[in-house]
Design a protein around this ligand. Structure first.
Ligand code: MN
Length: 170
């Protein structure tokens, strides 16, 4: 397959039933998936700041993964592709990598469930940097939505996390 040089970078949000249920928010940056574990998932309400704990990068191919991660490991459990699409950097001055290194990135998502501007703001560095993921105030903001509860299914297969776990257990 030819390189899609002009394609917009991807984002994916995988719901993951590991030790604790969380959403893995991933942005394609320079050929890898920069990743954050967001316990409650993103909010579409700009007044709500969601904790996002930076975790290790994942390979780009992992963006399509849906299934059950095998027993034993710290990340074992069912995974669905809860939302996916493309994004663009809203920072005119800096690349995404530069913005993330500086601890403040702003970007526009075009997903199936989530769209509009979002901010990632680092609040604590160290071994496990903590960030806040916040909806920006724009026409896509909506304080009344709660997509985690009203749209729980995979955008890839239509299955819920429980259905994926049950099918794998058969
Ligand atoms: Mn995870």
């Amino acid at each position: 397959m030819p390189a899609r040089r002009s394609a917009a970078p991807r984002f994916v949000i995988q719901q993951h039933d590991a030790t604790t249920l969380h959403y893995d928010f991933r942005l394609e940056v320079d050929g890898a998936l920069r990743s954050w574990a967001v316990p409650k998932g993103p909010s579409t309400d700009p007044r709500v700041k969601r904790l996002a704990v930076e975790v290790e990068d994942h390979a780009l191919a992992y963006a399509d993964f849906e299934g059950v991660i095998g027993e034993g490991g710290h990340g074992s459990g069912a995974v669905i592709v809860w939302d996916a699409g493309t994004y663009r950097n809203l920072d005119d001055e800096r690349s995404m990598a530069e913005a993330l290194a500086a601890g403040h990135a702003k970007f526009w998502l075009e997903g199936s469930k989530l769209s509009g501007g979002w901010t990632l703001q680092r609040t604590r560095g160290g071994a496990k940097p903590q960030w806040l993921l916040i909806k920006r105030r724009d026409e896509r903001a909506d304080a009344r939505r709660n997509p985690q509860s009203t749209q729980p299914e995979s955008v890839k297969s239509g299955r819920t996390l429980d259905e994926v776990a049950r099918e794998a257990a058969r």
